[in-house]
Design a protein. Structure first.
Length: 122
């Protein structure tokens, strides 16, 4: 990890700023404007450290994640992002979006593009 080194992907630029107390910030750069995405440390964590929080977001009926299913996948040529309302496929600087009109269509795209097979609730 090299602080202040600007790294680019196919659509945005990013850098990491070093703060005091062994903390860092991930910065997104768009049109020379910097936005802090999150602050982190390099302290090693285990998945079990997040178990209670994950359980909450996975099971509580009023959380964003239980009411708005989504999936995202990075690819060498871009990325795919799907919600229960929209599919977005990015390849280089080309962005294609499609409205999703039903659960069946959402599950179909999950299986076709992400290889995730779910069944529609009856």
């Amino acid at each position: 990890m090299v602080p202040n080194l600007i790294q680019e992907n196919y659509i945005n630029s990013y850098k990491i700023n070093k703060l005091e107390n062994d903390k860092y910030q991930l910065i997104k750069i768009v049109d020379n404007e910097e936005t802090i995405l999150y602050t982190f440390t390099t302290e090693e964590k285990n998945l079990s450290d997040f178990e209670m929080r994950c359980k909450y977001f996975e099971t509580t009926p009023n959380t964003y994640f239980t009411n708005n299913p989504f999936s995202a996948m990075e690819r060498e040529d871009g990325k795919i992002f799907i919600t229960n309302k929209k599919l977005t496929i990015t390849k280089g600087d080309k962005i294609e979006t499609k409205d999703i009109k039903s659960k069946e269509e959402f599950y179909c795209y999950l299986e076709e593009l992400f290889k995730i097979k779910l069944s529609v609730e009856v």
